[in-house]
Design a protein around this ligand. Structure first.
Ligand code: NAD
Length: 286
């Protein structure tokens, strides 16, 4: 039987989540998607109307099939955590069962189990602010949406992950090197995510023989990255300074995720894997 993947954090065809879905689909996996509730309507409408058909084309010419799209808000673990204003917000009221525990429950009811869990989401409301200007609320919101969301997803999906399964998240080098402009506590959130990758690798490995890795990706002009405001500069910087002087394609990250999810990576866990044209290895720009 082919593997089944749940990918959290796809709302268009420009981000890393979409590229990972395609690489996994090309390798024969069945694709389930978790889409942020406020983005669900437009994503499903665009899918249905064929807006993504060109980017659904796989290497063999067939179109990637998404078996099911689940509404998801990864900052809420269960219904009790949801405040009244969100419950009654019209973008949220239109769907149900979108907290992390409920989505895991729905996937279990629909499919029984999964083999691959991908976390490709982040949010930092104050990302454009310097860390010194960041509020407590903004900092904690970045950690909640970008770091704890992964702990929560793995916690709720692990019981339905088959032994030998693989879990992958996306991180950024701002966790370990100074990247001015990646603010609002997002650098802190990525540092937490990378540290958690190691601890979760231990716990999920011992408990369920599941591997846990994170991909430290180079810059990509995704919707989220455009909101930060410096993405074009980061892409230019990488092309000018990285060992490999080319623009990074989302597919290169997707293919690495497919490798990490496959038996070819059966001894890799707790790792931060750089997919950045080698930029992380540079000490100075030249
Ligand atoms: P993206 O916009 O395609 O993906 C981010 C997704 O997160 C969106 O679909 C958004 O709807 C979703 N999201 C936000 N808050 C959510 C919530 N509370 N619940 C559920 N979903 C939520 O952008 P991307 O750049 O492909 O981001 C994917 C991952 O890659 C992120 O972790 C990001 O930090 C990481 N990353 C991106 C870059 C880059 O340059 N683009 C570089 C390194 C790492």
């Amino acid at each position: 039987r082919g593997k089944r993947a749940f990918i959290a954090g796809i709302a268009d065809d420009n981000g890393y989540g979409w590229a990972i879905a395609k690489s996994l689909a090309a390798a024969g996996a069945e694709i389930l998607v978790g889409t942020w509730v406020p983005a669900l309507n437009i994503f499903e409408t665009s899918l249905r109307r064929g807006k993504f058909d060109e980017s659904r084309v796989l290497p063999d010419g067939s179109l990637m099939e998404i078996t099911k799209v689940y509404p998801l808000d990864a900052v809420f673990d269960s219904l009790e955590d949801v405040p009244e204003d969100i419950k009654t917000n019209k973008r949220y009221a239109g769907s149900s069962k979108w907290t992390v525990s409920e989505v895991a429950e729905s996937v279990k009811e629909d499919f029984g189990s999964i083999d691959i869990l991908v976390h490709s989401l982040a949010n930092g409301p104050e990302v454009t602010k310097h860390l010194l200007e960041t509020s407590r609320k903004g900092y904690l919101a970045a950690i909640s949406a970008s770091s704890y969301s992964y702990v929560s997803l793995l916690k709720h999906f692990l019981p339905i992950m088959n032994p030998g399964g693989s879990s992958i998240s996306l991180t950024y080098i701002a966790s370990e090197r100074i990247i001015p402009g990646y603010g609002g506590g997002m650098s802190s959130a990525k540092a937490a995510l990378e540290s958690d990758t190691r601890v979760l690798a231990f716990e999920a490995g011992r408990k369920q023989k599941v591997r846990v890795n994170t991909i430290s990706a180079g810059p990509l002009r995704s919707r989220a990255a455009k909101a930060i405001g410096f993405i074009d500069m980061m892409i230019d910087y990488s092309i000018a300074n990285a060992p490999l002087q080319k623009e990074l394609s989302a597919d290169e990250v997707g293919n690495t995720a497919a490798f990490l999810a496959s038996p070819l990576a059966s001894a890799i866990t707790g790792a931060v894997i750089y997919v950045d044209n080698g930029l992380n290895a540079m000490g100075v720009g030249v």
